[in-house]
Structures are given as C-alpha cells and as structure tokens.
Design a protein. Structure first.
Lengths: 333, 270
C-alpha cells in the first residue's frame, strides 16, 4: 500500500527528452491507468517508477520518501511485463516463490504463500510445470501470481493483456479489476487500449508525446476532454471532428461530436448526408454518413435501425454534447 | 535418389579417411614387436597390451596423464566462470568504458597465438611460474578467454532483457541473477565451453613445451615426443601413448555430443 508522487519528473536519453515535466499524485490503493498512443512514453514512465530506468529530472516519492535512487528491491514494487518474463528453467512454483527465496524465507512459508496465490488465480494444478509448457493465458496468470506473492507496495503492469486473444483479454481484464478490489494495493497499469483504460481505471492519465494531456476519471475524460487529442482518443467509435462552416456556425474552429450524440431528423439547420456504410451490432447500429462540408461522419444509433447504404438522412448534433475547440485544440467554454 | 547415394558415398569416404589413422594406430599399439614387419593396415594377429603397460609405467604416462587431466579440468572450470562472468557484465550491466573492454576482447580474438607466445612466455617467467601447472593454466586462460567471452556474449544476447529486469524487481543481486537466472539457461554454452577448452588444453603442445621443461611436470602431448628420438622411433610406444591420450577425448565427445551441437548453434540463431 503506497502513495506515489511524481514531481516535475522528466526523462532524457542522451540529449533527447522523451518525458517532460510530469506531475501526478497516485493515491494509496488507487487503480491508475497510463494510456496513450505507442511511443508516447508510458513504458518509460512506468519503468522509472519501477527503478529500471534512472530518473534524469524531478523527483519520485513513494509514501512521501524520495525514491529516485532506490533500487527496485528497495522500492518494494512488483511488475508484470508484457512478455511475462517468466524464468524458463524454473517451475511455476519456483517462479512465484523466487523473490521470497531471495529473502531467505523458510521453505514452508514460501510454499504457503505460493499456494495461496496459486489458488486465487486457479494455478494450483500447474505449479510443477515449466513456463514452456503453459498457454499464453496461463503464463500471464503466473506473471500476475509472481507479483502478488510478494505483497508489494505498488503493482506495475505494462500492457499485460496485449499478447492475449480478444476473448481472453476481456476475461482477464475483469479478473485484474477483481484482484484490485480484493487486494486494494496501488496499481499502475499501462495500455494503449482506451477500452482497457475506461473499464479498469479509477483515474486515467492520458499521455501524448511525453506530456500529460489530462488526468481524470473515465467519465471526466469522456464528458470533459481537456483537448482535442483526449476527445479523439477516449471513446469508441471515435469522436467526429468537423471544421468549416458547421464549426463556425457554433463559434468554434473545430467541433467534436461523439457518434452517439446525434439525433436523426431535425429542422432546417440539420446536416444532410448519404449513408455509405452500415454496421449492425445488435445493440447499436453504426452508420457512416457523408455530409457535404463536414466530411465523413460516424453515427451510432442505439438499437436496431433499418437504414441502407445510399439512404439520405438528416442529422442533428445534440447541442448539450457538442465539444467546441479553438485553433490550439483546447476546449472553448 | 542418385544424389542421395552420391552423398552417402562421399560421406563414407570422408569417414574412412578420418577414422583410418585412429584404427591403424590401435592396430600398431596392440601388435607384438615381431609383427611390426607387416604393413600397418594388417590387424594384430597376437594381441598384446604390453606396450600400454610399458608406456604407462616406464614411459611416465601415468604422471603425464594426471598432469594433463589436472590442467585441463582446471582450465575448463575456470574458463566457464571467468568467461561467463565477463560476458554477463558486457551484456547485462551498464558501465563506463564498456566499449573499450569489448574492443580489447575483439583484439584478443584476432591476434594469432603464435604471435604472442614468446611475450607470454617471458611474462610467465618474470612472475616465476615456469615449470608450474599454474603458469600453464594462466597462459591457457589468457590465450582463449576472448573466444569464450565472445561465445557466452552471443548466447546471453539471446536471453530477453526483461528476464534480467524481472529478477531485479524480484530483489535479486547481480550475482544472484547470474547464478540463478542466467547460468541455468546457458547450460549448452557451458557444456560447449567445457568441452572445447578441455580439448584445447588436452591437446596443446607448444605452450607446454615452453613452460614445462621439467619432465615430472609434463603433459601427454609433450610425453609423446619422448618416443621420437633423433635416430630411433618407438612406433608401438608412440601408438599406445597416442591412444591413451585420445580415449578420454573421444569418450567425452560421445557423451556430450548433443549438448555440444546445441551450444554451438543456439545462441546464434535465436
Ligand atoms: N533506451 C532508449 N533509448 C532512446 N530512446 C528510447 C529508449 N527507450 C525508449 N525510448 C524512446 O522513448 C519514447 C517512449 O518510449 P516508450 O516509453 O517505450 O513508449 P510507449 O511505452 O508509450 O510505447 C519513444 O519515443 C522511444 O523511442
Ligand atoms: Mg510500451
């Protein structure tokens, strides 16, 4: 259990700064997700917290104590790697008990803790196997097991689900959330997938180009994005951005309207377009509509609808849900 | 099909060429002296092990054998430790001047042994280690360490960095990571190093001739020269001595063959 503070943290490789002036306080027991496109610095930031990358500027505090130059061991954190990084020559039980055996804990104590962790992850029947004899999903659980056995102060996960297939990913997502509810340990989770971020996080940190774009709860980010970047990154299908006369009519450089925030029909101000593609998902119907002067728009209608490709229709953005941005991509009040 | 038979034929010829000296030597070593007039490819009619007994006792091969065994085992064991540790540092640790050390090892790979054997001799002599096994061992290690550092390095490079990081997070010291995570993965490289260094050490003549002038310190390779006088030549003794020297190597290779091939190829392709 720990509170992690990042103060003016920055990271440079030689002369190239890849993380700039990161300020963030992660509360004890919180589930924080770092999300952003590939290369934005998520892993680097996580590895700086872990002690695997040195900190070239600013301070890292764990439970109020400066941790910049502590070794990973002294920080008492655990980490789940994207590649799982299981020790190939050790059995599952040895993998999970490795950190405890380094602390010279007794065999009995190690076995107890390993068994308890294995039980909670349904790994008991696999304890004697080597990682090479496990499926991807099983390896992933062993990696999580290895981390929880130690009862660390902070739990770090770097894209732990990206090597799993879609069904297993959704399942494991739920399990990790439940694990957090049970353990109440501070968790920092890195992903490039906004769905994982939205579904798991207490708070999301959106990173872009080495800067923090916004920090907030999933609904904060969805309802009040602090920039065009966040607006476009959070939410699926993606928000529509419209420039030109429709935007100026609303007094903005760019307006952003989420696909789910259109009404069909509407008066003389309605936007008129032609359906170019229809995706029927059952609970939703997604229409791709070409609107003159606005470009292609994505429109998501709740429930099942009968529109066909080639149909002409009128759209009206719900006024209370229109996001207006200035030329810098910042929201207008 | 034709290509297949042609291949078997060529391989057969190569095999015969490689094995026949060994077979002929075995024949000669088992022949009574009276049968030496027969051509070399005549099998012995009256098999005798007298030559072996003579070589082993009077010829001093018992002492040579244990001298050689001692030097070769120590060479191989120490080489595994120092080469793997150096390679570990080069691959997994960050430190200043690493590039210079790598260049140094590279130079060590490129310089031929014969070019530095005399300077090496004078170094060993200046520290008073001529006529000691320690002197030979140090010289052996110095001459071959670059090769094995290179081999371990290319093996370690194939080990994911994340494994090293995971072990650091788990609280392991560098030495614990080396001992408990990296080396158990590197077993094929260890076996290859052990066999090659043992073999080189076992067969080397030049260094031992220079560094071990006293007879009771000598090794098998030097001992074989005793049978070759300026005027005479003890063919049966030479043959028996050669077989005594060859047997441990052959046994070792038969035993570790699979490991050995794996070690030679694995690091490179992964
Ligand atoms: N060892 C390194 N040396 C130089 N640049 C690096 C190194 N590691 C990462 N970077 C750079 O830092 C940036 C952030 O990388 P990373 O944290 O891995 O991104 P993410 O995990 O968000 O995809 C990238 O632009 C990457 O090229
Ligand atoms: Mg990454």
């Amino acid at each position: 259990m720990a509170r992690v503070e990042l103060k003016n943290l920055s990271k440079a490789y030689q002369d190239v700064e890849v993380l700039h002036d990161i300020n963030l306080t992660i509360e004890d027991g919180e589930f924080i997700v770092f999300v952003g496109p590939s290369g934005c610095g998520k892993s680097t930031l996580l590895r700086m917290i872990a002690g695997l990358e040195n900190i070239t500027g600013g301070d890292l505090l764990i439970d109020g104590a400066l941790a910049n130059s502590l070794s990973p061991k002294q920080r008492n954190i655990a980490m789940v790697f994207q590649s799982y990084a299981l020790y190939p020559q050790m059995t599952v039980a040895e993998n999970m008990g490795f950190s405890l055996s380094l602390e010279r804990k007794s065999k009995a104590e190690i076995a107890d803790k390993v068994n308890a962790a294995a039980e909670s992850l349904q790994l008991t029947h696999l304890l004697k196997r080597k990682p090479g004899q496990l499926s991807g999903g099983q390896r992933q659980r062993v990696a999580i097991g290895r981390a929880i056995v130690r009862a660390p102060r902070v739990f770090l996960l770097d894209e732990p689900l990206s090597n799993l297939d879609a069904a297993l990913r959704a399942e494991t997502r739920v399990e990790i959330s439940e694990l957090h509810q049970r353990m109440k340990t501070t968790m920092i989770y890195v992903t490039h997938d906004q769905v994982e971020a939205m579904t798991m996080a207490d708070r999301i940190v959106v990173l872009n180009g080495g800067y923090i774009e916004q920090v907030g709860s999933p609904m904060d980010l969805y309802n009040n994005p602090a920039s065009e970047f966040v607006a476009g990154f959070i939410g699926s299908p993606k928000m529509n951005f419209v420039k030109g006369r429709y935007a100026s009519a609303l007094g903005a450089e760019t307006v952003g309207i989420r696909p789910e925030h259109f009404d069909l029909g509407g008066g003389e101000n309605a936007w008129e377009g032609e359906v170019s593609l229809v995706e029927r998902l059952g609970h939703d119907t997604v229409l791709y509509v070409r609107v003159a002067d606005a470009g292609p728009l994505t429109v998501s209608l709740s429930g099942q609808h009968s529109q066909q490709v080639g149909d002409r229709l009128h759209l009206m953005p719900k006024p209370e849900h229109v996001h207006r941005f200035n030329t810098e991509g910042r929201p207008l009040a | 099909m034709v290509a297949r038979y042609a291949l078997i034929f060529v391989l057969g010829i190569i095999a015969i060429l490689m094995v026949s000296p060994l077979i002929l030597t075995v024949f000669t070593s088992l022949k009574p002296t009276t049968e030496l007039v027969n051509p070399a490819w005549y099998p012995p009619l009256d098999v005798t092990i007298d030559h072996y007994i003579r070589v082993w006792t009077e010829g001093g091969f018992n002492r040579y054998f244990f001298n050689t065994l001692l030097i070769s085992i120590v060479d191989a064991a120490v080489m595994i430790v120092i080469a793997s540790m150096a390679a570990y540092a080069l691959v997994f640790l960050k430190f200043r001047g690493k590039i210079w050390i790598q260049i140094l090892f590279l130079i060590g790979l490129m310089i031929p042994v014969t070019a530095i054997i005399l300077p090496l001799y004078s170094i060993i002599r200046s520290i008073g280690l001529v006529n000691t096994h320690l002197g030979v061992i140090l010289a052996d290690l110095a001459l071959a360490v670059s090769v094995f550092v290179f081999m371990f390095t290319s093996y370690f490079v194939g080990i994911p960095k994340a494994l090293h990081e995971a072990a650091r997070i788990d609280g392991a010291t560098e030495f614990q990571i080396y001992r408990r995570v990296v080396m158990p993965i590197a077993v094929p490289a260890v076996v290859t190093t052990a066999l090659l260094e043992f073999l080189w050490s076992w067969n080397d003549l030049l260094l031992r001739l220079l560094l071990l002038p006293r007879d009771e310190m000598r090794t098998l390779s030097v001992g074989l020269l005793n049978f070759q006088g300026t005027m005479t030549r003890d063919v049966t003794g030479l043959s028996a001595g050669t077989i005594i020297m060859a047997v441990p190597v052959v046994v070792l290779f038969l035993f570790f063959q699979r490991h050995f091939v794996r070690g030679m190829t694995q690091g490179a392709v992964k």
